[in-house]
Design a protein around this ligand. Structure first.
Ligand SMILES: Cc1cc2nc3c(=O)[nH]c(=O)nc-3n(C[C@H](O)[C@H](O)[C@H](O)COP(=O)(O)O)c2cc1C
Length: 319
């Protein structure tokens, strides 16, 4: 019998049969996708971020197409943790893949409170911290843009659970590596790299912003090179696994992330156009590894050859 290459991965204590996670806010709880995709052939669904209180979300329009992806400004619309735990979560118990909860807060206390409540539930295999949110106590500064604030949030959440804690990093910073190091030191088991990149679009007929919220987050292929670079740099600096994400649409995109140092990948925007992309990537990944006589996905993680090709390389990036 032919043994297929191993593509199952372990992130902290989270064991996934497939190295694919469905990005928060892009897959619901899987219910709408189940008629079109085989949820038994994906690793995990990361649920939409939940907050302490219900949120109606931002003014519309909330989505704008861009040449290679989309801008969104949903505004964390969700029913709040009480409703969520009482009325929603039990429906996810029978899913044939793992369920990862995602929490979003506006204070350090929000994160520990939400993480503790969510992680206490059996349906939840791991918790992801969405730190791309404003801190009310420091003039709305984004948690994930400040290494010290990130550290506080992660420490507070870490103290509430032994389940796998994933910290999802924002690319909207000067130095994402420092934030990654702080998250690891504060107790993160894995890092999700990256969340959306800030952007905006303007309607030239009305002279109005095309998003109701004026600004939004860019996702899809446009941000892939930004994400691959972030994964590569963070992989040199931390010892915990990285879940690479940003514009993954096919096996080639996924391989870039694995070779740069990601142990698993997450697929968000691409699911909107083709919900079978995640399972196709896993099947093609096994073929790719088998063709190279590789026994497992581990054998390619971080293996891109980054040796500089010329002797006197210019130190900068541009030009
Ligand atoms: C419509 C939409 C809603 C999103 N909502 C969330 C969210 O609630 N929490 C979160 O951490 N990330 C959220 N994201 C970010 C995605 O999970 C993902 O990290 C990002 O879009 C990059 O991956 P992609 O290019 O494959 O979409 C959202 C993205 C989109 C497009």
């Amino acid at each position: 019998m032919v043994t297929l290459p191993k593509i199952a991965v372990t992130l902290g204590k989270l064991e996934l049969a497939y190295p694919t996670l469905m990005g928060s806010g892009c897959y619901g709880s899987g219910e709408e996708y189940a008629p079109f995709a085989d949820l038994g052939r994906i690793g995990a669904i990361v649920l939409k971020s939940v907050t302490r209180l219900p949120r109606l979300g931002n003014a519309t329009p909330r989505l704008v197409h861009t040449p290679a992806g989309m801008l969104n400004a949903i505004g964390l619309q969700n029913p709040g943790i009480d409703w969520y735990l009482a009325r929603e979560l039990h429906k996810y118990a029978g899913r044939p893949c793992k369920i990862v909860g995602s929490v979003a807060g506006f204070s350090v206390d929000d994160y520990s409170y939400l993480c503790e409540r969510l992680a206490a539930r059996d349906e939840i295999a791991a918790v992801e911290l969405n730190v791309s949110c404003p801190n009310v106590a420091s003039e709305g500064e984004t948690f994930g843009c400040d290494p010290a604030l990130t550290s506080k949030v992660v420490r507070a959440a870490r103290a509430t659970t032994d389940k796998t804690l994933i910290v999802k990093l924002s690319p909207n910073v000067t130095d994402i590596v420092t934030v990654a190091r702080e998250a690891e030191a504060a107790g993160a088991d894995a890092l999700a790299v990256i969340n959306t990149v800030r952007g905006m679009a303007i309607d030239v007929e009305t002279w109005r912003p095309r998003l109701g919220n004026i600004t939004g987050g860019l996702s899809g292929p446009a941000i892939r090179p930004i994400a691959v670079l972030a994964v590569y740099e963070i992989a040199q600096a931390v010892g915990i696994p990285i879940i690479g994400q940003g514009g993954i649409e096919n096996l080639t995109d996924a391989l870039e992330f694995f070779l740069a140092g990601a142990s698993a990948i997450s697929i968000g925007t691409a699911n909107f156009t083709d919900p079978r992309i995640p399972e196709r990537i896993s099947a093609e990944l096994q073929d790719y590894l088998a063709r190279r006589d590789l026994a497992s996905l581990d054998e390619i993680v971080g293996k891109a050859n980054f040796a500089l090709s010329t002797a006197d390389q210019y130190e900068g990036d541009e030009g």
